[in-house]
Design a protein around this ligand. Structure first.
Ligand SMILES: NC(=O)c1ccc[n+]([C@@H]2O[C@H](COP(=O)([O-])OP(=O)(O)OC[C@H]3O[C@@H](n4cnc5c(N)ncnc54)[C@H](OP(=O)(O)O)[C@@H]3O)[C@@H](O)[C@H]2O)c1
Length: 331
C-alpha cells in the first residue's frame, strides 16, 4: 500500500511510519522537517499545515491510506480532507480520550458524552493556553473526518501514550526514578485505575487498520489496572532495589504536588474524580486487533530512551530529586 503519514518526525507518527515501512508499504511523511528526521526509507513531502496552500506538495497524489495526527487545529484536518479525501481509500484520525465530557464515571465506552465541538485553530498557542480547546477541536475534527469517510473513517481515541520517543516526560519519570533506586515517593492511591498504550502497539494497530480498511471509533487503550500494580510491574522489570514510600493523597495536595504531568507533579497520579479518564473500555479495540505489550517491555525500552535524553536533565514532568527529598522529609 501507499500510505501518507501527516507527521513522521516524532513519537507516534514516526512510529506509524516505521511500522508501515517494516511491513513493506510505501510511506510518504508530510512534515516541515523541523522536529526530527523521518525514518529511513520514507519519502518526505515538505508541507506546512499552518501556511496558506501549505499542502501544495501533495497536489495530485493518490494514497491507499492517510494517517492524520493533527492535535489542535480544525483547519489542518479540513484542508487535508479537501486536498486528499477524493484520492484516498482509508483515513485514520488520531483523536484523544480528552473528547469525553465526563472524567469521573468509570467504565465508559465510545458512546460516552462528548465535549462540545469547536471549530478553531490552536496550533500556534502555548500548551498552557490550549486547555479545554484540545478535546473540543478533536471532536470537531473527528466529525469532519466521519462526514467525508463514513464507515471508512478509523478514529482511535488514545489515553496516555507511552514508550520510547515520548517527549512529555510523564510515564518516563517512573522508569527513570526506579532506576535511581533508594527511597521512591509514590502516591498512596490503591484504588486509582490506570491505562496506557505503548506508541509502538498503537502504531501497529493503525497500520493494521489501514491494511484491513477497519473503520469505526474506538478507545485505544489497555485494560485498566490499579496504578500501584502497574508501577509495581515497572519497578520489577527494572530489577533495581527501591523502597516505596507511599504519600497520602491529602499530603500531596497540601504540599501542592500536581497530579498527572508537568513540572512539580507526581506523574500519572490523578484525583479520585478523574477515575473515569483512566478506566475506559478497552475490549472493543482489543477485539478489533489492538495488542498491548507487557508493562515490563514498555518500561525497559522507555528507560533506554530516558538514558538517551539524560536522566539528570530538567524534566517536563515530575519531581526533581530535591523536590522529592523535601516531600519525603515531610512525611
Ligand atoms: N502523547 C499522548 O499521551 C497523547 C494522548 C492522547 C492523544 N494524543 C494524540 O496523539 C498524537 C501524537 O502525535 P505525534 O506523537 O506524532 O506528535 P505531534 O506533536 O502531534 O505531531 C507531530 C508531527 O506533526 C508535524 N508538524 C508539526 N507542525 C506542522 C506543520 N505546521 N505542518 C506540517 N506538519 C507539522 C511534525 O513534524 P515537523 O515539526 O517536522 O513539521 C511531527 O512529525 C496527536 O494527535 C495527539 O493529540 C497523544
Amino acid at each position: 500500500m501507499r500510505i501518507l503519514v501527516l507527521g513522521g518526525t516524532i513519537f507516534l507518527s514516526k512510529a506509524v511510519a516505521e511500522e508501515a515501512l517494516r511491513r513493506g508499504h510505501d510511506v510518504v511523511c508530510a512534515v516541515r522537517g523541523v522536529s526530527g528526521q523521518v525514518p529511513a526509507g520514507a519519502v518526505t513531502a515538505v508541507v506546512d499545515r499552518s501556511a496558506p496552500e501549505g499542502l501544495a506538495a501533495l497536489a495530485g497524489e493518490r494514497f491507499d491510506a492517510v494517517v492524520d495526527v493533527a492535535r489542535i487545529s480544525f483547519p489542518w484536518v479540513r484542508d487535508a480532507l479537501e486536498k486528499l479525501a477524493k484520492t484516498t481509500k482509508h483515513w485514520t484520525f488520531v483523536s484523544t480520550i480528552s473528547v469525553y465530557a465526563d472524567n469521573a464515571t468509570t467504565g465508559q465506552g465510545v458512546d460516552g458524552k462528548l465535549v462540545e465541538p469547536l471549530v478553531d485553530d490552536a496550533a500556534g498557542l502555548p500548551t498552557a493556553e490550549v486547555g479545554e480547546r484540545y478535546g473540543r477541536i478533536k471532536v470537531a475534527s473527528e466529525n469532519a473526518v466521519r462526514e467525508v469517510f463514513g464507515e471508512d473513517a478509523f478514529i482511535p481515541r488514545p489515553g496516555l501514550i507511552t514508550g520510547p520517543g515520548d517527549l512529555s516526560d510523564r510515564f518516563g519519570y517512573w522508569p527513570a526514578r526506579f532506576a535511581r533506586g533508594g527511597r521512591v515517593l509514590v502516591p498512596d492511591a490503591p484504588a486509582q485505575p490506570f491505562q496506557h498504550i505503548d506508541a509502538r502497539d498503537f502504531a501497529a494497530w493503525i497500520v493494521l487498520a489501514a491494511e484491513q480498511r477497519l473503520g469505526g471509533t474506538f478507545d485505544a487503550i489497555s485494560e485498566p489496572a490499579p496504578l500501584p500494580e502497574f508501577l509495581g510491574e515497572v519497578q520489577d522489570a527494572l530489577g533495581v532495589p527501591a523502597e516505596l514510600v507511599r504519600a497520602p493523597e491529602a499530603k500531596l495536595t497540601e504540599l501542592e504536588i500536581k497530579p498527572w504531568g508537568g513540572p512539580g507533579s507526581l506523574p500519572l497520579w490523578l484525583p479520585a474524580d478523574y477515575a473515569g479518564m483512566t478506566s475506559h473500555q478497552a475490549q472493543p479495540a482489543l477485539d478489533a486487533g489492538l495488542t498491548i505489550r507487557s508493562a515490563a517491555e514498555t518500561a525497559v525500552d522507555t528507560l533506554a530512551w530516558e538514558r538517551e535524553l539524560g536522566l539528570d536533565r530538567e524534566r517536563k514532568a515530575g519531581l526533581s530529586p530535591a523536590q522529592e527529598a523535601e516531600v519525603l522529609a515531610s512525611l
